[in-house]
Design a protein around this ligand. Structure first.
Ligand SMILES: Nc1ncnc2c1ncn2[C@@H]1O[C@H](COP(=O)(O)OP(=O)(O)O)[C@@H](O)[C@H]1O
Ligand SMILES: [Mg+2]
Length: 476
């Protein structure tokens, strides 16, 4: 059912608040504050919400709301059989006519804004449309109808966007999933989807989500960050960039490790950009996010099970298949489970120069998680054999973190040196040194070389990749 049809199917009584609420996208955010939490505490935690609070003050005038409500009513009644594009094209005329008929409406304020809001409600994704269009926003989190957070410049802030009620959120959700031939309802209350622009959407609804339909959108960035951007953001230094570029060129196996949203995929994309244009690259992901500039790229994506629970294709299946595709490089979006074994075996059997990411808090943690993941493959390997695989396969771990001040930093670039006894030996080559926290919450620190040259340095030289030894020495 289209949104229009849905709106039409509402009783007249329901339509009234609809129209009003649609006119009040900037409606109260006090409602969004959880019981027991004072408004101050929210503002303090999300300093940017002050902006939202301020915006709320210039509420639309009564006349503006009336005009909007009349226009919407008119459209729902008189133009119900027209297609949406036509309606949008005629919006100016419709509004002008309504203004003519209702002489009492004078000071309506910004007509462009009114048009945009109406168009959003009719064609876009409703109240969250402006957030989707805002390029500074990278993530949108709808926690039920009255609480919508967004991530802006690395900070999570409560926005002034609200939905009317659960139904309104569901209508938007349906708009997202219906074109994909998916559905979301009580029988399938969780869904992963993608917007037309590539943004990833996860939705989970009641009864599983207690606070109402919950939507998480990871926006697809139109131009992915480049290594220059990351240097500008302070994620890494020029020396570190030079170093990891050399590592990729030398076909070392590299693992990017970090928490959710720490920027692993972004860094993986940057690493991949250093791969030679002549290599055949196979990428394997749960949801295609990587955007490689090379010509010879094959992108593979997993598939969730169908409604009968059948037909799923896992990362592991794809890793295995990729080995038969004559790859020069395998790039795996995120390693979570048994595929770790196949990946390590591939790395150990000539598929050098593979890149992957994984979820963990430190390079050491990454190594032990890899051990666990290999066990998940169900092969019953002794721990020593697993460690040999890891130590033999992996060369470099790049640890990334999202710091408290919202910045993303590479906190360690670590060499996996090998196995000594039963222990995998790790050696930091670059680390993030934190000196303190500024009064404004900014973390004060610096990325520095540890002064130690990696074991593979000579190997690199041998392969004709020259790195000045000075990059391993801390500058004054
Ligand atoms: N180095 C960075 N500096 C600032 N923002 C970043 C950086 N890396 C990623 N981001 C942003 O952070 C969000 C999460 O990044 P992503 O690479 O998808 O993280 P992960 O794969 O670790 O979940 C994205 O919106 C992205 O644009
Ligand atoms: Mg990721």
């Amino acid at each position: 059912m289209s949104l229009l049809a849905r709106l039409q199917s509402r009783s007249a009584e329901e339509v009234k608040p609809v129209n009003q609420v649609i006119g009040e996208q900037s409606s109260l955010h006090d409602e969004a504050i959880k019981p027991g939490k004072t408004k101050e505490s929210v503002v303090e935690r999300f300093p940017d919400t002050k902006v939202a609070v301020k915006r709320k003050i210039d509420n639309p005038s009564e006349e503006y709301l009336e005009l909007k409500s009349l226009t919407l009513k008119f459209i729902l009644k008189e133009r119900k059989n027209d297609n949406l594009e036509e309606i949008v094209a005629d919006m100016d005329t419709i509004i002008a006519d309504i203004l003519k008929e209702n002489e009492n409406i004078n000071a309506v304020g910004n007509l462009d804004k009114l048009k945009a809001e109406l168009t959003n409600d009719l064609t876009g994704y409703g109240p969250i449309n402006p957030l989707l269009l805002d390029e500074e926003i990278s993530e949108i989190m709808v926690n039920g109808p009255k609480q919508v957070y967004a991530e802006r410049a690395g900070k999570i802030v409560l926005t002034d966007v609200t939905f009317r009620d659960n139904e309104h959120v569901m209508a938007v959700l349906e708009k997202i999933v219906a074109p994909l031939g998916r559905r979301i309802d009580e029988s399938s209350p969780m869904v992963d989807a993608r917007l037309k622009d590539g943004s990833r959407v996860n939705a989970i609804i009641p009864p599983l989500a207690l606070g109402g339909p919950t939507i998480t959108i990871r926006k697809f960035s139109k131009d992915p960050f480049t290594v220059k951007d990351l240097i500008r953001f302070g994620t890494l230094t020029e020396e570190m960039a030079e170093f990891i570029k050399a590592c990729v060129e030398a076909k070392l196996n590299i693992f990017v490790s970090g928490g959710t949203g720490s920027g692993k995929t972004t860094t993986l994309n940057v690493l991949s950009s250093f791969i030679s244009n002549t290599d055949r690259i196979v990428t394997i992901e749960d949801a295609a996010e990587l955007q490689l500039g090379q010509e010879h790229v094959v992108s593979l994506e997993t598939r969730p099970p169908n409604i009968e629970g059948k037909g799923s294709i896992s990362i592991r299946d794809l890793v295995r298949n990729s080995l038969r595709m004559r790859p020069d490089r395998i790039v795996i979006g995120e390693v979570r489970s048994g595929e770790a074994l196949d990946m390590l075996q591939a790395m150990n059997t000539g598929h050098d120069g593979s890149l992957a990411t994984g979820h963990s808090n430190s390079p050491r943690d990454m190594v032990s998680r890899l051990e666990t993941m290999v066990l998940m493959a169900g092969m019953d390997l002794p721990i020593r054999a697993i460690r040999e695989q890891i130590a033999g396969a992996l060369h470099v771990i790049i640890q990334q973190s999202r710091l408290k001040d919202g910045t993303r930093r590479i906190t360690n670039i670590t060499e996996v040196q090998g196995l000594e006894g039963d222990v995998i030996v790790l050696q930091d080559i670059f680390v993030f040194k934190q000196f303190g926290v500024d009064p404004d919450g900014k973390i004060n620190g610096k990325l520095v070389p540890t002064g130690i040259r990696p074991h593979f340095y000579e190997q690199m030289e041998y392969e004709g990749i020259h790195l000045p030894a000075s990059i391993f020495i801390e500058k004054e």
